[in-house]
Structure formats: structure tokens, C-alpha cells
Design a protein around this ligand. Structure first.
Ligand code: FES
Ligand code: FES
Length: 158
């Protein structure tokens, strides 16, 4: 039986205090404990990016982080992108160019793109490729995903 540790973190804009098992990953806790199942579980070894969330502004593979590591930090999962039921500009751009195919990789793609656009609203296509390089898409929707991020960047500049 693993040790249980009390942590406090801001999850999707809301301060939360809860107990986590010392050996549970952030991915485990988001999905199984907090019910935030938008974050996807796939390779669980840091290779696919499906589990990406944003921690203190940086995209992180939640399968590689222990949940205790988020103590005192800000975490945004895909559920935190919409505001009052309205999709974010980035989410809407993904829909506008039909980027989601099976959709499995999309939460991770969105979170990497969200973190990236916080730092760069005037990217080149190469910048987008580099920022999303850790997010694999089995449906090979890379063209549309890149197009969506460029569209959201443009909307963010206007
Ligand atoms: S599930 Fe975390 S990188 Fe693949
Ligand atoms: S849309 Fe199917 S894996 Fe990317």
C-alpha cells in the first residue's frame, strides 16, 4: 500500500485540496480521481503526447509526472480550455478545419498548442511543427492540426 500525501493545486482555475497515492501519476489522478477523462492514456511512457496537460504554463506528459509533483502548481487539462460552455478560439479553430478525425490525440494536441500560443502568437509553420512534435496522431491529421494552430494564432493577433 502506497503512502497517501495531501496536496493542494489549482486545477482548471479552481483551487483543490486532495489526497494522492505517492506512486500515482498525474494522469492517474486526473482521470481516475478527479474525473477529468479528457486527458487520454495511451503509451504511458512519454512517447505519444496523448496525456499532455499544461503545468505552470508548460506542456507536460502527465503519464510521466507523479501527482505529488503538482503540489502548489497550476494545472490545465483540456476541460479547462472552454469558458462558460464556449469553446476557446483554439478549440474552435480545430473544429473549423476539421482537425479531429478519430479525436484521440486531440486533447493532447490542444494542450501543447495552448501552451505554445501563450508564448508565440506569430509562429511559422516550422515553429508549430516543433511545438507539437511530441504529439503523435495515428490518423495523420498533421496538416489540419497545423492549420488550426496557425488559424488560432492569427485570431489571437487580431
Ligand atoms: S500517454 Fe503519456 S506520452 Fe503517451
Ligand atoms: S485524430 Fe485520430 S489520432 Fe489524431
Amino acid at each position: 500500500m502506497s503512502e497517501v500525501i495531501h496536496i493542494e493545486a489549482n486545477i482548471n482555475g479552481r483551487d483543490r485540496a486532495f489526497e494522492v497515492a505517492a506512486n500515482h501519476t498525474l494522469l492517474d489522478v486526473l482521470r481516475d480521481q478527479l474525473g477529468l477523462t479528457g486527458t487520454k492514456e495511451c503509451c504511458v511512457v512519454g512517447e505519444c503526447g496523448a496525456c499532455t496537460v499544461v503545468v505552470d504554463g508548460m506542456p507536460m506528459n502527465s503519464c510521466l509526472m507523479l501527482a505529488v509533483e503538482i503540489d502548489g502548481r497550476d494545472v490545465i487539462s483540456v476541460e479547462g480550455l472552454a469558458t462558460d460552455g464556449r469553446l476557446s478560439t483554439l478549440q474552435q479553430a480545430f473544429l473549423d478545419v476539421s482537425a479531429p478525425q478519430c479525436g484521440f490525440c486531440i486533447p493532447g494536441q490542444l494542450m501543447s498548442a495552448h501552451a505554445f500560443l501563450q508564448r508565440n502568437l506569430d509562429p511559422s509553420i516550422e515553429d508549430v511543427h516543433e511545438a507539437l512534435g511530441g504529439n503523435l496522431c495515428r490518423c495523420a491529421g498533421y496538416l489540419q492540426i497545423t492549420e488550426a494552430v496557425m488559424l488560432a494564432a492569427k485570431a489571437g493577433r487580431e
